[in-house]
Each structure stands twice: as structure tokens, then as C-alpha cells.
Design a protein around this ligand. Structure first.
Ligand code: NAD
Length: 487
């Protein structure tokens, strides 16, 4: 079949991206514009306390906690994911049936569940787990705790996981899950109870041979430990390989915590050398987000001589052109909970950080940060995508026109899933590696696949993102054709 040009689906994706809204429509409906839009305005946590006589401001009418009504937010991750796929599909001349297959998530689970809070009230939560594609093996993907989590966001993140795992040649498909919650508003006890109940609700979907979750925004090794324990309790014996990113003491791997940020550093260093003949030494770097990915990217780039001039978190950013002292900054964040107010820096906004004149800009917070609205203001030489989906397809075009090199997320931040794979293998074999081995194997995996991507940019005359997608899609397509269509 001929490729689609200006298909209704492509137009609908553009529309979605413009509107910044997510769609609940199944992407299989490629022949029709992706209709409607759903938004979860962070209202997924409601209280049943009203039924016990206490009025609940969050949910006065006691409606279902999953509210499909639209709400304003940043650019839709789902629109970005579909838009990227559409562009590459056009470039590859992919057949229509293949496009539909690739844009469709195989399984989607929505769960609503109660948790008794410390004050005795029962609060309802909404969570998701999405399996995008399992052609190449069990699915793999993080669990996010954030007020803006939606089904569409999980679909987008699951799709990106499919491409990332295929690009890294891992025997996995992509998945993602999350709960609509701001974890900072919960006590530790509430967080544990919510996590254990969410794990129970999604337990039919997960398992070491089925779907292996990992940390993402708002979750960490402790949350992974609770999920591993909950799953193991249900089965009756310990199953460490059900999850990755867990503490080393219960079967986690050395090197997992730093893996994503270290991978960003390895890839950025390699690209700087290959494209610009430069090292990281004294390169100026601005990083949006100071969580797992942003924090470890900052530390590992700093260790290799880079000057980290700006860092931000959800409260705002700080800037010092001479470079920030990361050890002191880490102490400051531990004391205050934010980078703001750090001595010897000036305060800047998150948007100002994105527009700084630096060698490397690392978006490492959330998706949809560099859009057609601000792409023309970006002055960095390289954007290293630590976050998933931080750049929209329209922004990609503007950046390319302005000579900004974008290192796409599915290779730039793949260190995390590569080491998660090592953790899974070690868990299945009950044979554990030292940290040097983990780092060596990760670097080799990342750089071998980066070489393949760079080779494809030359052969196919395309940018890094297109090349990375081509490799991923060709590997999935090959596996799909070999397996055939059941029944
Ligand atoms: P995290 O929760 O550890 O940290 C997120 C950081 O972003 C925090 O510092 C937070 O304050 C900041 N932030 C949130 N909203 C922001 C905003 N609007 N502006 C600026 N900063 C903001 O999360 P993480 O695990 O570091 O994940 C960050 C990104 O990296 C996500 O896109 C995630 O999907 C992606 N990612 C994570 C991993 C991993 O191993 N954790 C792997 C691959 C990709």
C-alpha cells in the first residue's frame, strides 16, 4: 500500500499537539481524525470521606476519580509520540497496516482503588499500566507518580519504551504506568499503602516474564522495593526479577541509580567528539530537572570536567556562568528541598534556562518542554534529551533549521533501561556483577547502538532521531514478520 501523505491521522496529531490535549481515542482508528480529548487535571485523588459526612472539596459530587474532561497543560506527550512516529513512517514509506500496528497499544489497564489515609479517611486513586508492544519480549517501562499522569501519557511513554528497547537490542517491548498523585503530599506510610495497593491492582499485568516495571518521575528504589515485596507476597516466594531499579540489598544491581544520567553523559561525550571534535572538558551545560536523571547527569558531566552553569527543578532554576559546586548544591537541596536559594547563584525561570547560551542543554524533567513557541530561542549547540519526549516534532524542525543538534531520548537516556535489563538478567540468574562490569557493558551497549544510529544518518541522510527510529522500527518489523500474526 502507498504511504499516507497528509493523512487525517497526521492532521489530527498536529491538531492535538497545537491544543496540548491528549486523546483517549484508540490510535488504531487511523482513518478518522483522533477525536475528542481527555485530560486528567490532577484530580485523580478523591476522598470517600464525604460519604462519611465530611464534605470533600476535591470531589464535591463524588464523581469517578478518572475525569476525562479536558484541562489545560503542556503539550501532549501522546501527540508528540504519534507525531514523531508519523514523520518517520512517512520518511520510511511505511505501509498503512504497519503504521496502525505500531501506533496501537496492545493492552491498557485503568485501575481505581481506595487507600486509608493516616487520618482515617478513605481516598480514591487512579492508576494505569499500558503495554504498547510485546513482539520482541516481555514489556518494560517505568512507573510515574505525578498529578498530571493520564492514560495518553502512559501510552506515549510506553511507545517510546518500545522504540528504546528495540534500538538497544534488548529482548523487550515497551510499557508504562503511573498513578495520578503528588507523592510529596503523602506520608511515607500512605505512600507505601498506595504503592502496595496499586501493585496489587496491576499485578495481573506484571511479572518477570510478562512486564517488568522500573522507576520514573516521582518513584524511586524504595517504591520498587514495596512493589517487589507485594508481588512476591502474592506469589508466595521472592521474585526480584519482577521489577528493576530496586535496592541492591534485595537483588538490585550496582550502578542502576546513576545509569540514566551516566548514559546521558557517555552519549553526549561521544557525540561532542564525533560531531564537533570537542571533549566535555569545560563545556558549559544547563540542566532542567534535578531528580534522578538531571542529578546524575550533572554529577557525571561535572566529574568529566564540564561546567554546570544552570540547574532547575519544579520550583525554578539557578544560574552561575562560572559553574555550580555540585556537592554544595546537593547539600543545599537536601536541606531545603529545592535548588532555589543556593548561595552564589542567581535565580532564573525554567524557560530562561532553556534559552541559555550553553554548549549542552539537558532537558531532564518532563515531556513537551521545547515546543514551536520557544524552540527558536534555544541557543545551545546540543540538546541532550535526558527526559522522555521533551521536544515536539515542530520544535525539532525549528532546531534543525537553526543548526541545533538534538540527541534523541531513545538513545540519550537509554542507559537506564540497559542497566535495568542487566538487573533483570542478574535477578533471573541469581548471579551478580560488579559495578565496573555494569558500567562497561552499559557503555558498550550505548556506544555500539550510537554507532549504528550515526551510520544510518549518513546512509539515509537524516537526523539522529529519524535514524534511531528507523533502526528500532526495522528491528520490530523483522520480529513481527518472523513471528507472524496469531492465530
Ligand atoms: P525525578 O522525579 O527523579 O525528577 C524529576 C525532576 O524534574 C525533579 O527535580 C523535579 O523537581 C523536576 N521538575 C518537575 N517538573 C518540572 C518542571 N516543570 N520544570 C522543571 N523541572 C521540573 O524523575 P526522573 O526519574 O529524573 O525522570 C526525569 C525524566 O527522565 C522523565 O521524563 C523520565 O521519564 C525520564 N527518564 C527517567 C529514567 C530513570 O531511570 N529514572 C530513565 C529514562 C528516562
Amino acid at each position: 500500500m502507498a504511504k499516507q501523505k497528509n493523512s487525517p491521522a497526521a492532521e489530527a496529531i498536529e491538531q492535538l499537539a497545537h491544543n496540548g490535549a491528549d486523546s483517549t481515542a484508540n490510535p488504531a482508528a487511523i482513518s478518522a481524525p483522533l477525536p475528542g480529548s481527555e485530560q486528567t487535571p490532577g484530580s485523580g485523588q478523591t476522598s470517600l470521606a464525604g460519604q462519611a459526612g465530611n464534605f470533600d472539596e476535591e470531589n464535591p459530587s463524588g464523581e469517578t476519580p478518572y475525569d476525562p474532561a479536558p484541562a489545560p497543560r503542556r503539550v501532549s506527550a501522546y501527540a508528540v509520540a504519534l507525531g514523531q512516529l508519523e514523520r518517520v513512517s512517512d520518511f520510511m514509506n511505511l505501509e498503512d497496516d504497519m503504521r496502525v500496528y505500531l501506533r496501537t497499544c496492545q493492552r491498557e489497564l485503568i485501575v481505581h482503588f481506595p487507600v486509608q489515609m493516616d487520618n482515617g479517611a478513605i481516598r480514591m486513586f487512579t492508576g494505569f499500566r499500558v503495554h504498547h508492544n510485546m513482539t520482541k519480549g516481555p514489556t518494560k517501562g517505568g512507573i510515574r507518580y505525578h498529578p498530571d499522569v493520564t492514560l495518553d501519557e502512559c501510552r506515549a511513554l510506553a511507545m517510546w519504551m518500545t522504540w528504546k528497547c528495540a534500538l538497544m537490542n534488548l529482548p523487550y517491548g515497551g510499557a508504562k504506568g503511573g498513578v495520578i498523585v503528588d507523592p510529596a503530599t503523602l506520608s511515607k506510610r500512605e505512600l507505601e499503602k498506595m504503592t502496595r495497593r496499586y501493585a496489587t491492582e496491576i499485578s495481573p499485568f506484571i511479572g518477570p516474564e510478562r512486564d517488568i516495571p522500573a522507576p520514573d518521575v516521582g518513584t524511586n528504589a524504595q517504591v520498587m522495593a514495596w512493589i517487589m515485596d507485594t508481588y512476591s507476597m502474592h506469589i508466595g516466594y521472592s521474585i526480584p526479577a519482577v521489577i528493576t531499579g530496586k535496592p541492591v540489598a534485595i537483588g538490585g544491581t550496582l550502578g542502576r541509580e546513576s545509569a540514566t544520567g551516566l548514559g546521558v553523559t557517555y552519549i553526549t561525550r561521544a557525540i561532542m567528539k564525533q560531531r564537533f571534535g570537542r571533549s566535555l572538558e569545560d563545556a558549559s551545560v544547563a540542566i532542567q530537572g534535578f531528580g534522578n536523571v538531571g542529578g546524575w547527569t550533572a554529577r557525571t558531566m561535572h566529574e568529566r570536567g564540564a561546567r554546570i552553569v544552570a540547574i532547575s527543578d519544579k520550583f525554578g532554576g539557578i544560574y552561575n556562568p562560572r559553574g555550580l559546586d555540585l556537592r554544595q548544591l546537593q547539600n543545599h537541596v537536601q536541606e531545603t528541598g529545592t535548588v532555589l536559594g543556593y548561595n552564589g547563584s542567581e535565580t532564573i525561570s525554567n524557560s530562561e534556562l532553556l534559552e541559555l547560551d550553553v554548549d549542552v542543554l539537558v532537558p531532564a524533567a518532563l515531556e513537551g518542554q521545547i515546543t514551536k513557541q520557544n524552540a527558536h530561542k534555544v541557543r545551545a549547540t546540543i540538546i541532550a534529551e535526558g527526559a522522555n519526549g521533551p521536544t515536539t516534532p515542530e520544535a525539532d524542525q525549528i532546531l534543525a533549521d537553526n543548526g541545533v543538534l538534538v540527541i534523541p531520548d531513545i538513545i540519550c537516556n537509554a542507559g537506564g533501561v540497559v542497566v535495568s535489563y542487566f538487573e533483570w538478567v542478574q535477578g533471573l540468574q541469581s548471579f551478580f556483577w560488579n559495578e565496573g562490569e555494569v558500567r562497561r557493558q552499559m557503555e558498550r551497549t550505548l556506544l555500539d547502538n550510537l554507532d549504528a544510529v550515526i551510520g544510518t544518518t549518513t546512509r539515509r541522510k537524516c537526523d539522529l532521531r529519524t535514524a534511531a527510529y528507523i533502526i528500532a522500527i526495522e528491528r520490530i518489523e523483522e520480529a513481527m514478520r518472523l513471528r507472524g500474526f496469531y492465530p
